[in-house]
Design a protein around this ligand. Structure first.
Ligand code: FMN
Length: 362
């Protein structure tokens, strides 16, 4: 067990090297604020529609649906395959990663999760843990503009193993943020185009909102680096992003925070992946939303993704156990992915194919 740490009004036991998720979640609960319950499984049920907080918009149903949809993807076991090790490493966004996992962007951390961490403290922890574990982390955008500058400094400090994410502001504001992002040498630069639906962005000056395909093409051309369009939920949207010059898309509904009534990402991933493979094969396909284990990563790969983003559980891990908590979760997901690969007959990421899963709708 680790040290007892004083935080804003609460004493929490912070495990130095956590043994399991329960230990991390227990340490997180006294310090994480009143909106997130640091649940045994982050399935969108306890937080419901709690915003501020990590919940989803409207009925809160979309985050739950994201999580549940992966449970309907069952793994086809086949151990009659040679080879005694599964290699989870892969090439993504121009770098070799230890597994096809990226830590997704979370902005306004203290508002949604409580004052013992803020966005920059979280960014530093997630970037450092990701780098040490051979993966990369996205950073979020927000107000004030200085946040983007600080996030990019932190990305530079880990050798560029990060992806700054810019909100769909006005063209001038995006251009300024793009210059800052580009200069820190990141793997890629992302835009969460779906943030147009975030309640707190409404009424900002300059406004953030939907982008036309022409606007997106102008923005993509502002950088030579891979440009990632996050928040794609339809075949049409994916192809528009590809035509605008996106190197990668993230099939994402922002964890249910931007539009109630969306399908789950696992529901739309296969059709989007099929269309992109056929018509824009140069585009990397990422997906997020309710991915909580290495099994879920395997499910996403089998449904057509090249890699995944995981977001909320890493925030809980950071509140509970700092960098060690985030590293624990990455290692656990990698071990689970390798186990799923071994049991389904895949020895490399390229071996994971659609026939290794069966979608069994309840
Ligand atoms: C509190 C909170 C803040 C978020 N902030 C951002 C952000 O700044 N930029 C962004 O692209 N996505 C943001 N997201 C969305 C996540 O990146 C991700 O798409 C979503 O949470 C789904 O993944 P998950 O189910 O693994 O959490 C945020 C999500 C939460 C819960």
């Amino acid at each position: 067990m680790g040290t007892v740490e004083k935080t804003a009004g609460a004493a929490a036991v912070t495990p130095a090297e956590p043994r399991d998720w329960d230990e991390i979640a227990r340490a997180a609960r006294p310090v994480i604020g009143r909106y997130c319950r640091a649940c045994a499984v982050c399935d969108g049920r306890a937080c419901g529609n709690q915003i501020p907080g990590p919940g989803a918009k409207g009925s809160g149903d979309v985050a739950r649906r994201n999580y549940d949809a992966w449970r309907d993807v069952r793994l086809n076991m086949d151990t009659l395959v040679g080879g005694d090790a599964a290699d989870a490493s892969c090439e993504l966004l121009g770098r070799r990663l230890s597994m096809p996992l990226l830590i997704g962007p979370v902005g306004d951390v203290n508002r949604h999760y409580g004052p013992s961490l803020d966005t920059m403290a979280y960014n530093r922890l997630s970037l450092a843990a990701a780098r040490a574990e051979g993966i990369a982390a996205f950073t979020g955008d927000g107000i004030p503009d200085e946040l983007m500058v600080q996030s990019c400094d932190a990305i530079r400090e880990v050798g560029g193993w990060g992806v700054p994410t810019i909100k769909p502001w006005s063209r001038e504001k995006v251009a300024a943020k793009m210059r800052v992002a580009d200069a820190c040498g990141p793997l890629a630069i992302a835009m969460d185009v779906d943030a147009a639906g975030l309640p707190f962005l409404k009424g900002q000056e300059p406004p953030a909102g939907p982008k036309s395909p022409e606007d997106l093409a102008v923005i993509a051309a502002m950088t030579e680096r891979p440009f990632v369009v996050k928040g794609v939920m339809t075949v049409g949207g994916a192809l528009k992003a590809a035509r605008a010059g996106a190197s990668a898309i993230v099939v994402s509904n922002h964890g249910g925070r931007v539009l109630d009534g969306c399908p789950a990402t696992a529901e739309v991933l296969p059709e989007i992946a099929a269309a992109v493979r056929a018509r824009a094969p140069q585009v990397t396909i990422l997906v997020d939303g309710g991915i909580r284990s290495g099994l879920d990563v395997f499910r996403a790969l089998a449904l057509g993704a090249d890699g995944v983003l995981v977001c909320r559980p890493f925030v809980v891990a950071a509140y509970g156990a700092g960098q060690a908590g985030i590293a624990f979760l990455i290692r656990r997901m990698r071990a689970e992915l390798q186990d799923a690969m071994m049991m389904c007959g895949a020895r490399s990421i390229a071996d994971v194919t659609p026939d290794m899963v069966r979608v069994a709708r309840r």
